[in-house]
Ligand binder design. Structure first.
Ligand SMILES: Cc1cc2nc3c(=O)[nH]c(=O)nc-3n(C[C@H](O)[C@H](O)[C@H](O)COP(=O)(O)O)c2cc1C
Length: 190
């Protein structure tokens, strides 16, 4: 079973991270889940769902959950075999930590080691508008091998629900992470 690290940070859009976890599990991937301190608060606020309730709904054999302060966790090491990592949503703060190499929590550290191991790292970045620091940090992480995928759904498929908008972004993120489509979104067909 291939495993993927999923980081959920305190940017708006916790629903993207939740959906990434659900889709990965449904496709048979193991998930190594890390939710930042603020990520937990925003998740519970935006989704009106205690994080523990979400976690307890997931299959135990497919999901490992780590505290963001647990730098002894397996995903802290580049030798732990994972396919790659997605951070959804990714805050400007976490982007800055990854861009500078200042790995303070387990999400920063896991991104850092996956980049050094040349594995796919997808940052579903959520902030608007962008200041110069954001733009420079995006450039730095892209140069280091990351994919920065703004949480920016398209409307050409005429989405009718929030879930369809979310799935557009999640499909694009997981396609870049896994190297194949998850089939959530069929792409542009005129
Ligand atoms: C309700 C709420 C929404 C937020 N939305 C964003 C956002 O969209 N983008 C962002 O970069 N930060 C956002 N923040 C700020 C981050 O949570 C804050 O910078 C935090 O320190 C990020 O830490 P983390 O990346 O470790 O989760 C938001 C905070 C709150 C409370």
């Amino acid at each position: 079973m291939e495993r993927v690290v999923v980081g959920i940070t305190g940017a708006s859009g916790s629903i993207y991270g939740k959906r990434c976890v659900e889709v990965l599990i449904s496709k048979g991937y193991g998930v190594e889940l890390v939710v930042s301190e603020t990520g937990r608060k925003v998740f519970e606020y935006e989704l009106e769902l205690p994080l523990e309730n979400f976690i307890s709904s997931l299959p135990e054999d497919l999901v490992n959950v780590y505290s963001p302060s647990d730098l002894f966790a397996p995903v802290s090491s580049g030798s732990y075999p994972v396919k790659g990592m997605v951070i959804a949503p990714c805050s400007a703060g976490t982007l800055g930590h990854i861009a500078s190499g200042a790995t303070v929590n387990l999400i920063h550290r896991a991104a850092d080691v996956n980049l050094k191991e040349k594995r796919p790292v997808v940052l579903v970045f959520r902030e608007t508008p962008l200041n110069r620091v954001h733009v420079e940090n995006i450039l730095r992480v892209v140069d280091a091998g990351a994919t920065v995928l703004p949480a920016s759904p398209a409307f050409y498929a005429r989405p009718k629900t929030v879930e369809e908008l979310v799935d557009f972004v999640v499909d694009r993120a997981l396609t870049h992470l896994l190297g194949k489509s998850c089939g959530l979104f069929k792409g542009w067909t005129p």
